[in-house]
Write a protein that binds this ligand. Structure first.
Ligand SMILES: *Cc1c(COP(=O)(O)O)cnc(C)c1O
Length: 271
């Protein structure tokens, strides 16, 4: 596939300068093959950016970090500890391989009334002139404090527990009539359709997909009005609306997963 992409770009005379790969896509939780992509970037001298906003925290797990193999070859990586690690919103990091003060060269405005260069300490410690914003919060402190409190092992445990709980949910869901997985999850996003009683066994009928797509919005309305759950849904490409249960909250238990499935069955029994 990557060879095809290269051929296509070269054949239309385009001059790409950047490739953005994703580690943990928002809906399906898919991981791009970073080693293969980095090979292409290396051959053509392209900047490799990895959007690891969602999946970057998997690096903390010895068991699951293979999903990001090759990320060490990226030129830049975006990572949101406010997602899987549950740091308070917001806490987003941009990690750069560059050591030439690229951000300062790009964003520095050298305002004479800010960030004086003739101070008594190492002015490289002043990060203000590296970013677009001027006034901003110390978001990294939340990550630092959380890391201190939990330790690397504590954070690893959170990630591993999320994977284990997502796996439990998938196995339980497979045992029940009326739940259909969109795909085997790679990550903690469990994407599935709830097939209500009136649609079971009707997979062959011409309006099946259209009717199935109307189920998730109805169930979402019911769960919100009941106040029992908040779980998102969306269409994706040619697939109609399906639920996306993201198992990330470290307080979740297997009992919550059971409740989730029971509650969907209860809310959808008359559909
Ligand atoms: C959440 C997410 C983003 C957006 O991150 P923000 O910090 O909220 O802007 C980008 N990419 C992926 C894959 C995401 O899941």
């Amino acid at each position: 596939m990557w060879d095809l992409l290269e051929l296509l770009l070269l054949s239309i005379g385009a001059v790409p300068f950047l490739v953005t790969a994703t580690s943990g896509t928002t809906v399906l939780g898919a991981f791009d093959p970073l080693e293969a992509i980095a090979d292409v970037c290396q051959r053509h001298g392209l900047w490799l950016h990895v959007d690891a906003a969602w999946g970057g925290s998997v690096l903390l797990s010895q068991t699951h970090r293979h999903l990001l193999a090759g990320i060490q070859r990226a030129d830049s990586v975006a990572w949101n500890p406010h997602k899987l690690l549950t740091a308070g919103l917001q806490c987003s990091a941009l990690l750069l391989r560059d050591t030439s003060n690229l951000l300062k060269r790009c964003h520095g405005s050298q305002a004479s009334y800010l960030f004086q260069q003739d101070k008594f300490y190492d002015v490289a410690l002043d990060t203000g002139d590296k970013v677009v914003q001027c006034g901003r919060r110390v978001d990294c402190l939340k990550l630092w404090l959380m890391w201190k409190a939990q330790g690397g092992q504590g954070l690893e445990q959170r990630v591993d527990q999320a994977f284990a709980l997502a796996r439990y949910l998938v196995e339980e869901l497979k045992k029940r009539e009326g739940f259909e997985l969109v795909m085997e999850p790679e990550f903690v996003n469990v994407c599935f359709w709830f097939v209500p009683p009136s649609l079971r066994g009707k997979q062959g009928s011409p309006d099946y997909a259209e009717r199935l797509a109307k189920v998730a919005p109805v169930l979402k309305e019911r769960m919100v009005k009941e106040g029992s759950m908040m779980v998102g849904y969306q269409p994706h490409g040619t697939r109609g609306n399906f639920f996306r249960m993201v198992v990330a909250n470290p307080a979740l238990t297997q009992a919550d997963m059971d409740f989730f499935l029971n509650e969907l069955e209860r809310l959808g029994q008359d559909l």
